[in-house]
Design a protein around this ligand. Structure first.
Ligand code: 13P
Length: 215
């Protein structure tokens, strides 16, 4: 299982979380990555943790003020990028062009989707993975893998029907090892989470608890 921690714009310490994630990953052998704010990518990458961007823009080098250029994100130390999110919804054509940009910069990709239909559409664009995240469960602490398991299995089926090589992750409300276990049982090969770590009093303990079933 891949554990991808999206720090969103939470008022957390990205380097403290990155150091904890790097240690937990080293100690357990579980793949853990952190996606901080773009401005924090170099500091997070410096810790040695696998570092992801939260977004890359659907652009190439050129006159694109305010964009997040895939090449710049890769230069800053990112190995991959999220594309699209319920909290920053993109048009299908822009998701497609952001995937092209990420591929140009050799970034691994996870496209977020709200439901299994969107997972199928996203899988058709050829990302490395799609993540199904029901918006109503995001940030609630109620895990999708328990509250709405059919969404995860339907997402796995939807992606497989389009392209069997696309991995399926799930996210929303994931915070414990039990949640991770439940996600794996439903066919997800990774989890995407945020508040369970970024808002935890002790992010290191939260990460340790999360990966415990895999350690
Ligand atoms: O949106 C998410 C990750 O991208 C999930 O957020 P929570 O883990 O806070 O529910």
């Amino acid at each position: 299982m891949f554990v991808l921690v999206n720090l969103k714009a939470y008022p957390c310490d990205p380097v403290e979380i990155a150091e904890a994630a790097a240690d937990v990953s080293d100690e357990t052998g579980v793949r853990v990555a952190v996606a901080p704010q773009a401005a924090h990518l170099p500091a997070v990458a410096e810790t040695g943790v696998e570092t992801w961007a939260q977004h890359v823009s659907p652009v190439e080098h050129g006159s694109h003020t305010g964009s997040t250029l895939a090449e710049a994100v890769a230069d800053a130390g990112a190995a991959g990028t999220l594309i699209n999110h319920s909290e920053a919804r993109r048009k299908l054509a822009d998701i497609d062009a952001s995937l092209d940009a990420a591929e140009r910069a050799d970034l691994e990709t996870v496209v977020c989707a709200n439901n299994p239909d969107q997972v199928g559409a996203a899988a058709a664009l050829g990302p490395d993975a799609v993540a199904v995240e029901p918006p109503e469960l995001i940030g609630t602490g109620t895990p999708v893998s328990k509250a709405d398991p059919d969404i995860v299995t339907d997402a796995v089926d939807a992606a497989a029907a389009v392209d069997e090589s696309v991995d399926v992750f799930c996210g929303a409300g994931i915070s414990t090892g039990d949640d991770l276990d439940a996600a794996a049982d439903l066919g997800a090969t990774g989890v995407l989470l945020a508040s369970g770590v970024a808002k935890a009093d002790d992010p290191r303990a939260a990460l340790e608890d999360l990966v415990e079933p895999l350690a």
